[in-house]
Write a protein that binds this ligand. Structure first.
Ligand SMILES: [Zn+2]
Length: 243
């Protein structure tokens, strides 16, 4: 098959409802989804996880499709295993993991798939304490390979925090930048995605920030972006160049 036929074929597949057929979603509201995450994290912290039949769930989702109830954009750090943190299993969470929980083209496109095609009612951008990616940018560490491009979206968060905290030493800035970077990723998502903005404006999707504390296992909930109304007024779309 020649490559240039692919877009047309994909379009036909979408129109025929085959390749990216929309799901009915999990059938719960954004707030109910958020509550379910909170309860799951409470079980994780209390070390009282749900007993699961993962084989049965795997079989069911392979036959009936997936209906995850939350999109989680989080860091790749091995100390922040998302399904475990929320005591969930197969088919429950639509997880996007990338160092520094940044929202560039691939992450935003993945979130759009979850929101628009799977009808997921909640998106959480979750940073975590002691984040190595954030720390590297704050400290101006020398990084190589593709890492400078990867962490570039964190830079505006560092700049903003430096501006409002001119006398802090670098180490003291890290926790503030971890939070600012969560807001930055929500801002980047909204700026690049008319799809996400429309779903938030219509009340079909809620986007909230969170910070996972790797020492005690608790998720700190930050709520919606403090300037969400302004973000919803963006008129921009996807980045012209994949980044
Ligand atoms: Zn991290």
């Amino acid at each position: 098959m020649r490559l240039h036929f692919l877009p047309a074929l994909l379009l036909v597949a979408v129109m025929a409802g085959t390749a990216f057929a929309g799901s009915q979603g999990p059938g719960i509201s954004p707030d109910q989804a958020l509550q379910r995450l909170k309860e799951g994290n409470a079980r994780f912290v209390a070390e009282t996880p749900t007993e699961r039949n993962l084989s049965a769930k795997r079989l069911a989702t392979s036959q009936n499709g997936q209906t995850p109830y939350a999109i989680i954009l989080s860091c790749a750090d091995s100390r922040a295993p998302v399904e475990l943190i929320f005591d969930e299993g197969v088919g429950d969470l639509f997880v996007i993991r990338v160092a520094g929980n940044v929202a560039a083209t691939d992450e935003v496109g993945t979130a759009e798939y979850g929101a628009d095609h799977l009808n997921v009612p909640l998106m959480v951008v979750m940073g975590h304490t002691q984040c190595g990616a954030v720390t590297a940018v704050v400290q101006g560490a020398e990084v190589h390979g593709s890492i400078p491009m990867l962490v570039a979206p964190i830079v505006p968060a560092v700049t903003a925090v430096e501006k409002s905290n001119p006398k802090h030493d670098r180490a003291a800035l890290v926790p503030k930048v971890i939070e600012a970077n969560v807001w930055q990723a929500i801002d980047d998502t909204m700026r690049q995605s008319p799809i996400i903005r429309a779903r938030v404006a219509a009340g079909k999707l809620k986007v909230v920030g969170a910070i996972y504390h790797i020492d005690d296992g608790k998720v700190e909930w930050l709520g919606e972006h403090p300037m969400q109304a302004r973000l919803l007024n963006y008129t921009s779309g996807p980045a012209k160049v994949r980044r």
